[in-house]
Design a protein around this ligand. Structure first.
Ligand code: SF4
Ligand code: FES
Length: 267
């Protein structure tokens, strides 16, 4: 009977050898920097723990098989938003996607959709950062509560779009983004609603105006794929619905205001 000691082992840099419990075939799309055809690369990866993630597998490939594989990551715990990619056809954070939770067979890894691929699994998310800047960043808190602090009354009840980690998963999942690059997109629209929802003394008018165009809140088809994909439960799809209601209220208020003015002036 095989024992742990009979199994192959995988040496780790600091610590003893770790028992290899299985192997998984990871199939990764490779896109070279600059010119060149895309290709698939298959690698057998030793599984050393039931907690091993897709990001662990990819970093193993980089360190043991092919250092040219480009993967972006930072925190390893779902807070920096940099490791977004598609795994078995779903938009996920690779650092919290366990191999054990995936269907049997090959693990298929691709870059996020609807954003330019820089190389391999790295996409250029600059457009999202630039779009968020005028929409929300000036009004979003730059600091969080100190230890033992309490949020202001009422703030707890608000869905905080600060939960957005700017990972781009919603952009990859959105069916409108797939066909219309000019669409403002779920992350930006969600951030706009956050500004309107809690303006903190600022005039929400400019945020409303930014999202009231053809490529704004009205362009969304309410597929809610964005909210499904969002790893932070920021709920961009629901925020777009709130935006539309707010825009309608403003239009009705403007019409009623004009009517009252014309009636008041006897015209
Ligand atoms: S709304 Fe969610 S999915 Fe979209 S960028 Fe923010 S955290 Fe990521
Ligand atoms: S590495 Fe930071 S979210 Fe995955």
């Amino acid at each position: 009977m095989a024992t742990t000691l009979d199994r192959p082992t995988e040496a780790v840099p600091d610590g003893g050898p770790v028992p290899v419990t299985a192997t998984r075939t990871v199939r990764v799309v490779r896109t070279p920097r600059g010119e060149g055809p895309r290709r698939w690369q298959r690698v057998e990866v030793p599984v050393t723990s039931s907690r091993m993630t897709v990001l662990d597998a990819l970093t193993w490939i980089r360190s043991r098989v092919d250092p040219t594989l480009d993967v972006r990551h930072s925190c390893f715990h779902a807070s920096c938003g940099t490791c977004g990619m598609r795994v078995d056809g779903r938009d996920v954070l690779a650092c919290v996607t366990r191999l054990d939770d995936l269907p049997d067979g090959e693990v298929v890894v691709e870059p996020l959709r609807n954003q330019p691929v820089v190389s391999d699994l790295v996409v250029d998310i600059e457009a999202l950062y630039e779009a968020l800047e005028p929409m929300a960043v000036p009004l979003v808190r730059s600091s969080t509560l100190v230890a033992g602090g309490r949020p202001a009354e009422g703030v707890e009840a608000l869905g905080r779009f600060e939960d957005c980690i700017e990972c781009g998963l919603c952009i990859s999942a959105c069916p409108i983004e797939a066909t219309d690059a000019a669409y403002e997109g779920p992350a930006v629209l969600g951030a706009a609603w956050r500004v309107i929802e809690e303006p903190r003394g600022a005039d929400p008018g400019p945020a409303y105006e930014m999202v009231d165009g053809d490529q704004g809140a009205w362009r969304c088809h309410l597929a809610f794929e964005c909210s499904e994909a969002c790893p932070s439960e920021a709920g961009p799809g629901e925020r777009i619905l709130h935006l539309r209601r707010g825009l309608l209220r403003r239009r009705v208020a403007a019409i009623l205001g004009r009517r009252a003015t014309s009636e008041g002036s006897g015209r």
